[in-house]
Design a protein around this ligand. Structure first.
Ligand code: HEM
Length: 504
């Protein structure tokens, strides 16, 4: 046969293969956007031009229905729009939608991280770990948060006194995020602020370095292109970082075992879980402990630092809101010198409103996903969600939908004031998700945030760096919400305080 005819036949067959499901939604009368062969509806993501959260928002905005369809390359998947349907699938029918759509690869430590686990393993591990994240345990760890806040201010002071007052907030927030999670999950205090190039901070940055095309490809493959994960034996946690974190964790465990040391932190919680574990569903060996410590590190590092930097960026743009946070912090610091646990959990309401509004506008997880375990007919409709279907919760799109939040691009922490809270529709604010598989670290995250922001704004005025107002653009290769370019330069101006809590 002629060579060109062969090529044509191959092209045609490939086309038929890639488009074989493209009638899926049409035949089921579910709204969808015409997909492109090979890319489906995620060309922007595959060409590293658009963040998946933004692509899902574009589709969400264009289509009507309780849920709508789209194509991840050749595979049909669904995006939930209706808030009742979100509650149904994420909460009420959780047992049928309990696994995320992330890939799992046997032998990869990353597959033992709680967020990647599938049932029945996930349920048993979540049950065992949940008490470790309780308010009581967090209270025990609170001194670490206080110390990290002090270190944070000392660090800004050192930098501004010796050089420029223009600091990349992403860098400072990464140091703080790394410091808090390193102290709690690896038992090493002060490591990250003392040594800006500390292995922990570098490990965190490498794991989330979406400027690195290899890293972006690995994480995107875990999210969407599972065959690549297996073919190229990809790792979910960047290889060098994984080795570093594993070695450091085992060193500290070994030291504490030999010297019979107990500290109020997550290392201790894991060591006790290992010693006292009576569950026959969970094998809590050293490898599993490492995976749980790395879970804490990964889940806490980028989320904490991204939220902090986006909040300060908005507060730099809105000095009047910044002043309200400062006044709240001042009243607490002037009265107590450090923030008491009861105040950080139940007081400082405006600072918490700022966090909530930051998480609305910049949810660190802009989309969430679940895999359907068994065929499910959506009540009151003729829509069947088939076994194996990936269902997406477009968090960013929901937060930016004017029918949920009027003027959604405006940064307005008063949306979350006590008086206005009743206007927030159930399941329309989802940065920590809802249901049995929501964020385990929510309370810890709120405390970290309030402490960091109060410490900074009590001591500094923050202004936008460089040419003043610039608009935020999300990093196209990041699966979390990160600023394009990964930098946020802000100016820090010291406020003189008579009684400072921050000795040299
Ligand atoms: C602003 C900070 C944070 C945000 C916005 C956030 C958000 C989230 C989200 C959206 C999920 C996925 C929920 C789902 O799929 O339904 C999640 C899972 C998780 N988060 Fe957080 N998180 C934050 C901080 C933390 C911190 C500080 C920790 C640890 C101390 C933590 C621990 C976890 C864990 C262990 C999971 C996995 C839960 C599971 O699969 O059962 N998070 N988080």
């Amino acid at each position: 046969m002629d060579f060109s005819i062969c090529v044509l036949i191959i092209v045609f067959l490939t086309y038929l293969y890639w488009t074989r499901h493209f009638n899926y939604f049409k035949s089921r009368q579910i709204a969808y956007i015409k997909p492109t062969p090979f890319f489906g509806n995620i060309k922007g993501v595959m060409t590293f031009k658009k963040n998946l959260g933004v692509v899902l928002k574009d589709i969400y905005d264009q289509l009507e229905g309780p849920l709508v369809g789209f194509f991840l390359m050749d595979k049909p998947a669904m995006i939930l729009k209706d808030l009742e349907v979100i509650k149904l699938i994420w909460v009420t029918e959780f047992n049928n939608f309990s696994d995320r759509t992330l890939a799992q690869r046997k032998g990869d430590l990353g597959s033992d991280l709680l967020p990647l686990m599938r049932n029945p393993d996930w349920r048993a591990h979540r049950k065992l770990l949940t008490p470790g994240y309780s308010t009581g345990r967090i209270k025990n760890m609170y001194n670490i948060v206080i110390d990290s806040g002090v270190e944070l201010v000392r660090y800004i002071k050192r930098v501004t006194e010796t050089g420029t007052n223009l600091i990349d907030m992403r860098h400072v927030a990464a140091l703080y995020g790394a410091e808090v999670v390193t102290s709690t999950a690896f038992g090493l205090k002060g490591e990250c602020f003392r040594d800006e190039n500390s292995g922990f901070k570098k490990a965190g940055e490498r794991i989330f370095d979406f400027n690195d095309p290899k890293r972006s490809l690995e994480v995107t493959s875990y999210l969407m292109f599972h065959p690549l994960v297996h073919i190229f034996r990809m790792k979910f946690v960047e290889a060098k970082s994984e080795k570093f974190l594993k070695d450091e964790f085992l060193k500290i465990v070994d030291y504490r075992r030999k010297n019979n040391i107990s500290e109020p932190d997550f290392v201790d919680i894991l060591m006790n879980l290992r010693k006292n574990n009576k569950s026959d569903e969970v094998i809590m060996d050293d490898e599993k402990m490492v995976a749980m410590a790395i879970t804490f590190f990964i889940a806490g590092f980028e989320t904490t630092s991204a939220t902090m930097s986006f909040a300060l960026y908005e507060l730099a743009k809105h000095p009047e809101l910044q002043q309200r946070v400062r006044e709240e912090a001042t009243s607490v610091f002037d009265k107590y010198q450090a923030i008491p646990f009861e105040i950080i959990t139940s007081g400082m309401e405006y600072t918490e409103q700022v966090m909530k509004e930051t998480l609305r506008k910049y949810p660190p997880a802009p989309h969430l996903s679940r895999r359907c375990n068994r065929d499910y007919m959506l009540p009151g409709t003729n829509i069947l969600i088939e076994k194996g279907m990936a269902v997406y919760l477009p968090v960013y799109a929901i937060h930016m939908d004017p029918s949920n939040y009027s003027n959604p691009t405006e940064f307005n922490p008063d949306r979350f004031s006590k008086e206005n809270l009743k206007q927030i529709k159930p399941c329309s604010w989802l940065p920590f998700s809802v249901g049995p598989r929501n964020c385990l670290g929510e309370r810890f995250a709120i405390i970290n945030f309030k402490s960091a922001i109060a410490n900074i704004l009590y001591n500094y005025e923050v202004e936008l760096g460089e040419d003043g107002l610039y608009e935020m653009d999300f990093h196209p290769r990041s699966f979390t919400t990160a600023p394009k370019g990964m930098k946020l330069p802000l100016k820090f101006k010291r406020i003189h305080r008579e009684h400072t809590k921050y000795p040299e």
